[in-house]
Ligand binder design. Sequence first.
Ligand code: G16
Length: 537
Amino acid sequence: MRTITVQTLPHANQKPGTGGLRSRSRTFMQENFLENFMQSALDVFKSKNMRAEFFVIAGDGRFLCREFLPRIIKILAANGAKRIMIVGRDITAPTPAASHIIRKYRADGGFVMSASHNPGGIDGDFGIKVEMPNGGGAPESFTDALYARTKEIKEYKTFDISDDEALALPIVEFIDATRDYADLMESMFDFPLIKKWFEKGGTIRFDAMWASTGAAAREIFIKRLGAPGNSVIRGESKPDFGGLHPEPNLRYNPEIANFMMNGPGADLGAACDGDGDRNMIFGRGIFVSPPDSLAIMTRHHKLIPYFAKGLSGVARSIPTSSAVDLVAKKMGLDCYKVPTGWKWFASLLDAGMISLCGEESFGQGGNYIREKDAIFAILFWLNILAATGKTVRELMNELWRDFGRVFYTQYSFEGVDAARVAELCEYIRTADLVGAGFGKAKIKSKTELAYTDPATGATAANVGTEILTTDGTRIFFRLSGTGTVGATLRFYAEKFEPDATKFGVDSREYMRDAVAAADRLFRISEFFPDAEKTVAM
Ligand code: G16
């Protein structure tokens, strides 16, 4: 085999965001863009004295996954890899399955070709998630070093062989993308009980959004659990996700929302994103927000065989609502709050401080892997439904009855002008807002949050801005780290409501005045007169 060294020039904008490097597909197609990033990542593995001999490669099946696979293999091999494990011949697997494979086979790390919930195709997005030996995304100390390396890279190593030869290298092995993952799920949940629930007529409607979870969903829900054959929809994988924006929220998946809220529905409705880590949950005529979903999981965790002995603690991201805090407090569980980005959960999971966690961006997961996991969340719900014999609505009503309801909404302004965003951030940082009007209330505090990881001591600045008001509303503001064009503003608003007569109100309706007041406070129409508001929930 002939290793060659290729001269290259740095590409700008190879800074990893919240979940790896994401860019337009066409940007990734520029000469050496992929190679520069891969070589830089491998250089960082080595500079940190991490083993870099055995890697897992996975992908969510989107455009460029198959084309890039041999090129990634060649770079890994030329840099000394002795074993390369590829998850599925068609490079279509959920990110959580890849996380499991990295852990199970004790790989030194992995590369997941995915831009997650971002659209795919030649005019869509591509991305690479760099995974650590724990099966989780690289921490900031790694991605900062990686970004610095991309700015000075001068050459990369590769093999001078054809793509077919790369795929046939003796160090390359392909493994089944579904079996290990389905076995893992079967070992954690009460499959016989869920099977009986389906036999008695329980129904699920699962929307894979033409992305990576269709095969696993068919294997688990239909084959192993006996759900009716039509339970999985849009289950084939398409490189452009059939033109969908594969993001499971009320804005980008109105189809499942409509089917569950206004149509015939099913006992459980669910959808997941491009790479199968985000999920959205419905019962008949009811939407379950991700923070409420985490609260329900925490409350009922003992029904899940894997968690039957209890949880070491739970965690939520800071923008997530405080619903789970109320449950954890009553159950005597530690409840941590971390910045957005699953890696912050991963260090608490590694330290054994928590065993269940969830975040605002439609994701929950546990200590068995280091990524959030859509199918895990759905099985969690199925297991609770089967064990309690209750409906989703009954479970939600019980939660609100016993703890009060934390109303929650989330909305964004996507792809707006980055320079204007910088001005807005400066305004918010410097403006003296305390005491300012907020609807009928007033602003009580404004805090720019920073974070210190209680397990590792790692720090994060610029976590976001938290505004508390005199009527108990909390507004949280941060910038998205997963967009590829301009900048995206994310807003999260919550309010605790103890009055049971109000529990049935739609959360967007309930929070409408608070959202209008927040828009005025942040001078949205002045800074971004043309921006469209995307309401996720
Ligand atoms: C990634 C991270 C998540 C995080 C999300 C935030 O998710 O893995 O932990 O919550 O980004 O996205 P944003 O910065 O746009 O709000 P994913 O599903 O995109 O890989």
